[in-house]
Design a protein around this ligand. Sequence first.
Ligand code: VLZ
Length: 134
Amino acid sequence: MPVDFSGTWNLVSNDNFEGYMVALGIDFATRKIAKMLKPQKVIKQDGDSFHVHTTSSFRDYLLEFKVGEEFEEDNKGLDNRKCKSLVTWENDKLVCVQTGEKKNRGWTHWLEGDDLHLELRCENQVCRQVFKRA
Ligand code: VLZ
C-alpha cells in the first residue's frame, strides 16, 4: 500500500465541527467544550491495519480496524450510537461508511502535501479538518 498515515498529527483547522456535532445530537454544553478543542491524532498503520487514537484534554476516542473488514463501532464518548463500520481504500483515500441510525454517516482521510485531511459526514453536515505533523 503506497499511502502511510502513520504519525502524530495536530489539528490546525476545523470547519463546521459544530454542524457535525448538531447532526449527531451532541448536547449544547458538550458542543461548547468540544469545539474549543485542538485534538491530536496518533495513527499507527501496518499495511491495512489501523489504530487511530484521537486525544484531547476533554475526551479520547480510540478506533482500531482493518480495511475491508466490517466491525461494530460504539462511538463511546461521542454520540454513543452503535453502528456498523466499514473502511475501504478509494485510490489513496481511506473511506469509512458508518451504517446505523444516522443517514450518510462516515468519514474520509487523505494526505495532501504534508497535511492530513479528514472529512466527517453526518446527515446533511460536512466537517472538514486539517492536521499537521506534530
Ligand atoms: O475520527 O470519527 O480519524 O475515529 C473528537 C474527540 C473525536 C473530542 C472525533 C470530544 C472523532 C468530542 C472523529 C466530544 C463530542 C472520528 C475518525 C477518523 C476515527
